[in-house]
Design a protein around this ligand. Structure first.
Ligand code: GRF
Length: 196
């Protein structure tokens, strides 16, 4: 049974989708939900489901990113995860941290990567007049939002779509895509999952 640690920064809707899917014949189970923000409401949702939680407030470390990551890694390693899932985790990780987990760390990003790495993905898609948008799951590597694609889901941009409306539709798609990717990845299969 693969052990999965999930990193969040906020509401953790993607974390909940992953956790709810890790049941029955699923080859993985959640062993930790950790956040850089002690106030992340996803932490109490995970705790209510009986999942061990941890919070390392990155603000307590000021500009010392490495010290924050060392404290976070200590909590993560104590849970001995096989797989790390970033899910709405909003801190950029240093190459040193990534190297510790490279090859077994996934992230979900709200765009059709390699388009729109970084922030404000929906606003950028709308501004570009794209007729399609979506989300992608990728392996985390030192380059931001640029690792091998493990899954992609796309949907049409609708006339009059606002950033909020598009973000909400893509988020629902994320909740379908990420669990499917984790199921497949946990069996050692890196064939991309494609949804549309
Ligand atoms: C989502 O847009 C996701 O794509 C991004 O973080 C946002 C919030 O995710 N990674 P969640 O609701 O905290 O899972």
């Amino acid at each position: 049974m693969k052990r999965v640690a999930i990193l969040i920064s906020g509401g953790g809707s993607n974390m909940l989708a992953l956790v709810r899917d890790m049941a029955g014949d699923h080859p993985a189970r959640p062993v930790l939900v950790a956040s850089n923000d002690p106030a992340a409401t996803g932490l109490e949702k995970a705790a209510a489901l009986g999942i061990p939680v941890a919070a390392i407030d990155h603000r307590a470390f000021g500009r010392d990113r490495e010290a924050f990551e060392a404290a976070l890694a200590e909590k993560i390693d104590a849970a001995s995860p096989d797989i790390l899932c970033l899910a709405g985790f909003m801190r950029i990780l240093t190459p040193g941290f990534i190297r510790r987990y490279e090859g077994r760390m996934l992230n979900i990003h709200p765009s059709l990567l390699p388009k729109y790495p970084g922030l404000h993905t929906h606003a950028r898609a709308l501004a570009a007049g794209d007729t399609e948008a979506g989300c992608a799951v990728h392996e985390v590597t030192a380059e931001l939002d640029a690792g091998p694609i493990l899954g992609q889901a796309r949907l049409p941009v609708l006339p009059g779509d606002t950033e909020a409306a598009l973000a909400a539709r893509v988020l629902t798609l994320e909740h379908r895509l990420y669990p499917k990717v984790l199921r497949r990845f946990a069996t050692g299969d890196r064939t991309p999952v494609l949804l549309d």
